[in-house]
Design a protein around this ligand. Structure first.
Ligand SMILES: C[S@@+](CC[C@H](N)C(=O)[O-])C[C@H]1O[C@@H](n2cnc3c(N)ncnc32)[C@H](O)[C@@H]1O
Length: 175
């Protein structure tokens, strides 16, 4: 069976020698630690104290030193990240085994995407992991990225014969 998180990580390896990467929703830190292995420098954002604690603990336990963990909403990433960016991951929804009321919000995700696409290097990749199909959030995000200019390639990775599987939206900046 396809593991959607592994697939999202595999997509990120297509960028050669990434310098700067962002985990927009660090949660328990699994995407962050993966990014720390492939990129020179990583920024990890989350709005939730528990997520910041969990991510920091995981990074400390693994002696990771190239990550800056920031308790702030991802639409404000540009206050902290001035460099151009090579890789970005969003893992939408709520913290697994955490407070289900604290979850990503469509307009905030779209605001963040709008800014990050501008700051993305040519050949840069944005991966968005979505757990539920046909929700207000997934529909609005898809509508937004479907309308991006031809400077971007937009792709969807979806298991077609299982309706409740998570899926991936991917954006590549072509120029
Ligand atoms: C599905 S979890 C992320 C899982 C994580 N990537 C991992 O590897 O464990 C979604 C996370 O998004 C966070 N979140 C929700 N709104 C956010 C926002 N505006 N900015 C940053 N993080 C946000 C939640 O607090 C939650 O921890």
């Amino acid at each position: 069976m396809i593991n959607i998180v592994d697939l999202s990580h595999q997509i990120l390896t297509e960028f050669n020698n990434p310098k700067v990467a962002i985990d927009m929703t660090c949660g328990n830190g699994y995407d962050t630690i993966y990014l720390s292995k492939i990129a020179d420098k990583v920024y990890a954002f989350d709005i939730q104290t528990e997520a910041i604690k969990n991510t920091t603990k995981l990074l400390d336990e693994n002696k990771v030193q190239n990550v800056t963990v920031i308790k702030e909403s991802h639409d404000l990433f540009d206050i902290f990240v001035s460099e151009n960016i090579d890789l970005v991951i969003y893992n939408l929804g709520y913290l697994p085994s955490g407070n289900k009321d604290i979850k990503t919000e469509t307009l905030i995700v779209i605001n963040s995407l709008e800014k990050v696409l501008y700051q993305l290097n040519t050949n840069g990749i944005v991966v968005i992991v979505i757990y539920l199909h046909n929700t207000d959030e997934s529909n609005k995000i898809e509508n937004y990225i479907n309308k991006l200019s031809s400077n971007f390639d937009v792709m969807k990775y979806q298991v077609l014969n299982k309706s409740d599987c998570p899926y991936i939206l991917r954006i590549n900046k072509c120029k």
